[in-house]
Ligand binder design. Structure first.
Ligand code: GDP
Ligand code: MG
Length: 703
């Protein structure tokens, strides 16, 4: 009798090598489609082995199995609903701690599972000794060593698949969880209706985690009971039940790793070690990091500057072309909306795409080569001296890209005090959205040679401030004992162009997407607020003055200068009549001591929606009410209207002040209270105010 087809699902973290293993297992026999109703790739393939037909489903790569993202929901729904005979958890064996978090959650589902210990070559190169016999006996799961990229271990994996006996997993961490958590899981799972004991336990865990999908399938009474248990846990332990469960999983993983992974004993000095001897040197480490940062910025400037010029010309051309669709001198509202609001706003942000791309490219290079891990290691020593947790610096480094993932990444810190300290200061790491602000201001005021050093200074200021504030918070607010931390240093490797480009493209793509959606919407709203009410009667006869000048006899330069002055005055009058103009005027007295006029003030206010908006709003502010269309670029206008010191003040304020709305929401979510979000918001704004005030006032005296 023919045996039925085995169905196998591949699960694993992104970049664990899942697709490589899938391709090696199935060869060319695969089909790609989408999951029903959703545009996430569904890849299926099959192979024959030892007389069995095996169907393989490649699940989306995820770090977790919550209902938070479509990928995670798909991964677990395929497992729960299609009931594959076997799950193969593809693990990056060189990164066990992170990868096992998903393993814990897969085990909770009570499936048959094999662990494919992928990237085994990397663990060998790094001389990480992983005791697989011990790992198998603790988890009760078979393991197979694989190297997906080269197909090593694939026949063993096929053997393991067809020979699998079928042992259902359970949630191993529950036993060692704090007893209130364990009790809550047990009490709740006893109340649930399900197919087997493990399924009950899984549902109980999900309900305690507040999983919306599982909640929606339960009765009101069960939901109420689960909520009561969860809030009881929360009041007795001081943190949410979801967080308690996440910690219990990590705790188990930590213990497991202690038993299974032996750190390499140095026998010979590898190339990585030789590099590390210099790069992580006690004295040279930090200076080298600072030099690296400097190189990154001079790279983004030297290569980015001409490209930015082209982008500027491109958007100017687009603006003029669109403008030309209307008869000359027309004051069409639509024309103004499109040219000033949309092209001025979104274009203003997109001009900096080349710089952003180069910045992210440089960061991806540093990350993929393994250097960023060294930075965290170097900072660890410094942070410890300051009474901070070394691991804090890992999420902070993420903040160079975007603050929100940095805040999410603080979850890796087990100690609440460390975690809160770190997420409160995360916005001080200068994120990618602030980069366009520097790119707009610095070239407007400073000569070539100063540019890279200035951005470097800004980033450096952010880092120093984050450390200083963190130290203050840890000593005064989030007091308490410290937890030790041992860091794993991955070995260096030459990053592959494909993965570098993919990382860069992902992030730059985010930037473009944001420009086309959020920034577009905000630009339109701000354009309306910056254009109305319209000013019709002026305090003086600007037109007459200009006409008189045109007719007069004087050197051509003096003439154009005088005309520009009058035009600027008229434009200022037009703008100050509008809603944002009035708002800016209202706040101007408070911002004046920082060197900000009402125009900068409106842009700073608007930038709380998203930092890039500072750039687009400055564009709108200087475009609205403009008389002639062959206008000078925004940077020229900045130069006409402000001093370099004011430029520095703007950058400083943008760096330190209240992060964008999305960050505040992320902080609220992660701390589970509005209180900390509001403290972060106001604290950083006050800090920005004080520092900018000092710099501007002192600067005025000195210069
Ligand atoms: P996925 O995101 O989990 O689907 O991972 P991919 O299969 O796309 O692999 C991510 C990267 O890791 C690719 O560059 C692969 O070539 C590489 N890779 C996959 N498996 C291994 C392995 O076992 N060893 C090494 N050194 N690299 C691997
Ligand atoms: Mg993949």
């Amino acid at each position: 009798m023919a045996q039925h087809t085995l169905t196998v699902a591949l699960a694993g973290n992104p970049n664990s090598g899942k697709t490589s293993v899938f391709n090696k297992l199935t060869g060319a026999r695969q089909s790609v489609g989408n999951y029903p109703g959703i545009t996430v790739d569904r890849k299926e393939g099959h192979f024959h082995w030892k007389g069995r037909e095996v169907r393989v489903i490649d699940l989306p790569g995820t770090y977790s199995l919550t209902a938070a993202s479509p990928e995670e929901l798909i991964a677990r729904n395929v497992i729960l609903e299609e009931k594959p005979d076997l799950v193969i958890n593809v693990i990056d064996a060189s990164n066990l701690e992170r990868n096992l978090y998903l393993t814990m959650q897969l085990m909770e589902l009570g499936v048959n599972m094999i662990l494919a210990m992928n990237m085994w070559d990397v663990t060998e190169r790094r001389r990480l000794k992983t005791d697989l016999v011990e790992l198998e006996s603790i988890l009760g799961l078979p393991t197979v060593k694989t190297v997906g990229s080269r197909g090593r271990g694939i026949t063993d994996l096929k053997d393991a698949i067809v020979e699998h006996k079928g042992v259902h997993t359970s949630s191993p961490w529950v036993k060692g969880a704090p007893s209130p958590v364990k009790k809550a899981v047990n009490v709740l799972s006893a109340e649930l209706a399900c197919v087997n004991k493990q399924h009950c336990e899984w549902k109980a865990i999900k309900l305690l985690e507040g999983d919306s999908e599982v909640e929606s399938q339960e009765d009101e009474s069960i939901k109420e009971f689960a909520n009561r248990l969860a809030s009881h846990l929360e009041t007795t332990r001081g943190i949410s039940s979801g967080m308690l469960i996440a910690r219990a999983r990590y705790k188990f993983i930590e213990e497991l790793i202690k038993q299974v992974v032996a750190r390499p004993v140095s026998t010979s000095i590898s190339r990585s070690d030789r590099i590390d001897a210099i790069v992580t040197n006690k004295y040279a480490g930090i200076p080298i990091f600072l030099v690296m940062m400097y190189l990154v910025f001079s790279f983004t400037f030297t290569l980015g500057e001409p490209l930015m010029g082209y982008m500027e010309q491109l958007f100017e051309f687009v603006g003029n072309t669109v403008s030309g669709f209307w008869p000359a001198g027309s004051d069409s509202m639509l024309r103004a909306l499109i040219v000033e609001g949309v092209i001025g706003g979104v274009g203003g942000v997109l001009i900096f795409l080349p710089n952003i791309f180069l910045l992210f490219l440089a960061i991806a290079l540093l990350e993929d080569s393994g250097y960023m891990a060294r930075v965290a290691f170097i900072m660890d020593a410094l942070m410890k001296k300051l009474g901070l947790h070394g691991k804090s610096f890992v999420p902070l480094l993420v903040g160079f890209g975007c603050t929100i993932p940095a805040i999410l990444a603080t979850r890796t810190l087990e100690n609440r005090n460390d975690r809160f300290t770190t997420l409160m200061v995360a916005p001080l790491m200068s994120c990618g959205a602030r980069f366009p602000i520097y790119m707009m201001i610095i070239p407007a005021f400073f000569p070539d040679a100063w540019r890279a050093p200035l951005v470097w200074m800004i980033y450096f200021t952010g880092i120093v401030l984050s450390i200083a504030v963190a130290r203050f918070l840890r000593k005064r607010v989030f007091k308490g004992e410290e937890t030790p931390f041992v860091m794993e240093l991955p070995s260096y490797h030459l990053p592959t162009p494909v993965s570098i480009l993919r990382h860069t493209w992902d992030r730059a793509g985010e930037y473009v997407k944001k420009a086309g959606t959020v920034i577009l919407a905000i630009s339109i709203v701000l354009w309306v607020l910056s254009s109305f009410p319209k000013k019709t009667e002026f305090s003086t006869g600007y037109d007459a003055q200009i006409a008189a000048l045109e007719a007069s006899v004087m050197p051509i330069e003096t003439k154009t200068d005088s005309i520009t002055t009058i035009e600027n005055a008229r434009q200022a009058e037009v703008f100050s009549h509008t809603i944002t103009g009035r708002l800016g005027k209202f706040f101007e007295p408070a911002m004046k001591p920082l060197g900000f006029d009402w125009r900068v003030t409106t842009a700073l206010l608007a930038a709380t929606a998203a930092k890039e908006v500072f750039v687009s709003q400055m564009g709108v502010v200087f475009a609205v009410g403009e008389a002639d269309e062959d206008s000078s670029t925004l940077r020229e206008k900045l130069r006409e209207n402000y001093t370099p010191l004011q430029g520095i003040a703007m950058m400083l304020f943008a760096l330190i002040s209240a992060p964008c709305v999305a960050t505040i929401v992320a902080t609220k979510k992660e701390t589970e209270s509005w209180k900390w979000a509001m403290i972060q918001l106001s604290g950083l704004t006050i800090l920005a105010y004080i520092i900018t005030l000092i710099v501007y006032q002192v600067g005025k005296l000195v210069i």
